[in-house]
Design a protein around this ligand. Sequence first.
Ligand code: M6R
Length: 367
Amino acid sequence: DLGEYRHFMLKEIFEQPQSVAATLEGRLAADHVLPCLHGVSDALERLAQVDEVQIIACGTSYHAGLVGRYWIEANTDIPCQVEVASEYRYRRQPPRKNLLFVTISQSGETADTLAALEKIKENHGSLATLTICNVAESSLIRESDLALMTVAGPEIGVASTKAFTTQLVALQLLMVLLMQAKGADAGKIAKIVDDLRKLPALIEQALDLNATIEKLAEHFIEKHHALFLGRGELYPIAMEGALKLKEISYIHAEAYPAGELKHGPLALVDSEMPIVTVAPNTALLEKLKSNLEEVRSRGGVLYVFADREAHIQEADNLHVLEMPHVPELLAPIVYTLPLQLLSYHVAVQKGTDVDKPRNLAKSVTVE
Ligand code: M6R
């Protein structure tokens, strides 16, 4: 049922305060994360032994995994690798010690992800396999030792939205469970838990930009290419923004870590290729600002989603869209929202089939 919404995608974008709250519900104590993994009974003992994490997923779920790597490596001493399932499943991997093998999937039925899980179980094994998934009765859940459920509710739109942000929430929960298992600083954990509680309200605030973004979308409908920039854990969010735009508006979009520009893509910059940037107030903000100048001085037109405390000044060819101030660890989640809205409004204005884009299926159960 679409209710007041014109498309499932828009409905699902607006459901995110609730789906994120539902994914957190019953999982946070006052100052720590409660055990929220289902499956084998010695889950916490196994987490304490983890020496490495390998994340496997496809598409949007892969982008969630990339953010997860930044988070896990920034807050634990556990190295984390991330790879798309279709590559991982066909190459040799050296044996790893005490590996936590994590698959991420909305549907739990993606053929390549399932094959990667089967491969690790058949070959050198792992300490534990864990699936972050939105469908409890799915194949990936059945085949994994442990499940960490996202509580997004059914996602109908082919373009994944609320599944992605709830996957990011699940990855934060997993990160904190690993921190707890490894005896990390209690104060640091309490602060993360405290911040997580603010998330639904911050998402609500990001959604307030909807009307502004609808107008902004007019700048994109005649374009053939767009560039998305981010740094650090916002780089995968730029990748997700580019995927959304490609998927439903059929505009060619690419994402780059902003520091890579001068190694090639700067040659593409002209007034015909809009450049979308996500700029929360993180440690890398000053570096990002100088990357923006590099682009602007070459005639690029920039649309920057920026923390209202980041003090990025509007200028010729530099449009600033103010975002709420967010704790650094929550920025990738909150900054996803405006990029979802942007791709949605561009697609609607171009008249594409938003919920069922051409050539794509909701669940990719064949290789
Ligand atoms: O169900 P899964 O999360 O395993 O699906 C993975 C991808 O097929 C999926 O995220 C796809 O990239 C979406 N259409 C992106 O919006």
